[in-house]
Design a protein around this ligand. Sequence first.
Ligand code: FAD
Length: 446
Amino acid sequence: MADVVVIGAGPAGIFASMELVKTSPGIDLVMVEQGSDIDTRGRTGRDMLVGWGGAGAYSDGKLTVSTDVGGQLSAIMPEDDLLDLLTYVDGIYERRSPGSALFAMDPEEVASMAAKARLAGLVFVPARVRHLGTEHLRTILEVFRRELEGKARMLFGVRAAEILADKGRVTGVRLEDSSVIPARYVIAAPGRVGSAWMRQQAHRLGLESRPNPVDVGVRVELPAVVLEPLTSRAYETKFVHFSRTFDDKVRTFCMNPYGEVVIETVGDLVTVNGHSWATKRTENTNFALLVSANFTEPFDDPIGYGESVARLANMLGKGVIVQRLGDLTGGRRTTPGRLQKCTTRPTLKQATPGDLSFCLPYRILTDIVEMIEGLDRIAPGVNSAHTLLYGIEVKFYSNRITLDGELMTQIEGLYAVGDGAGITRGLIQASCSGIVAARSIASRMG
Ligand SMILES: Cc1cc2nc3c(=O)[nH]c(=O)nc-3n(C[C@H](O)[C@H](O)[C@H](O)COP(=O)(O)OP(=O)(O)OC[C@H]3O[C@@H](n4cnc5c(N)ncnc54)[C@H](O)[C@@H]3O)c2cc1C
């Protein structure tokens, strides 16, 4: 009988485990991870998202210290408690990566940016951002791994098949090979990659859950100098726009100054993403523009919708499509010849020059173009014919499981945390959620 089984070794599972061994020395803790350990984990295909460190292992490592960004933990705890927790977690990352850059605007800068944004029809969302950088994040994950060595039993390459419960109380976990780990507590932290599995378990166990919206859009790439006045002060500037035509919410997301655009593979889907290194630079900055697609009855499959849009781009472009903004608004395809003439040199070479208007619904395309016009009033040059748009960028979120204030499900002793529970969307809130569950278990175990 283990005290606790943690399913998934992404940030949520790692932080839950680190907090448990700290608060309950001698605890019998088992971590079950379907991917590889950090030293054998590759950087291609499925390895990109699974293994020690989870989806974030090769990410940009941007920690957004804000209660409004990267998750919905503010719905389950008071704002001030969440801010304390975010600061605590930021400190843990920072101590393992001394010297990482922290970007924070002073109050006058925030007020001036908010006023400028308002004039442009945008809302500015100020946030403190720590940029770890892709290469440093891996080192930090290695440190976390060493710190847990000998304090938790770790099973790699092993998939949890079923969460077991009896009379409303969790009893353990059945693994893929049918062996069972009986346990007093289980923390499910399967991430977005495990969202289908989590949905299945919720259904089997009779847990309530509801779909989260899907975010669909494009990745924008432009010369870094265009956004330099913003990124030099805030690293990532977040803006929200409610589009004129559809009143939809459009937002900037995951800004990577001097970074590169990359391909992301989700199952058989090829989508686009971006990141930046701490120690090397490209000449471009990239960021996503995403539209939240909310649906009403009878449709309740936002993930299926997002997949269909991405599939269209994959069908037409044999992967990711890239288009010059001038070609999109001029109603023509970007051809290899036109791309050659583009003054923004693409950092993603494998994208096919094409026409995004064949894949993105009119509504989403209109929202994106209107947002670009607004951004251009804050940073002239965004709405240039030579700005590149890559598609499709899509963010799937797991179903949101019904949880109490300690992130326990309706099954006693079963916790669901991180992106897989649909409660977070980023490294720092996922890490925080693991700590919330760990503290709850520690206090129950006495
Ligand atoms: C390319 C990319 C860039 C990103 N950049 C940033 C960024 O800069 N800043 C930011 O805040 N966020 C970023 N994110 C998001 C961030 O990585 C996630 O929000 C975070 O990793 C979620 O943590 P998690 O622990 O909930 O899940 P994950 O990190 O997804 O980890 C879940 C783990 O559970 C394992 N698992 C799943 N099911 C099972 C099972 N049945 N049995 C055993 N193991 C299982 C998986 O293999 C995986 O390792 C990025 C994501 C990607 C993909």
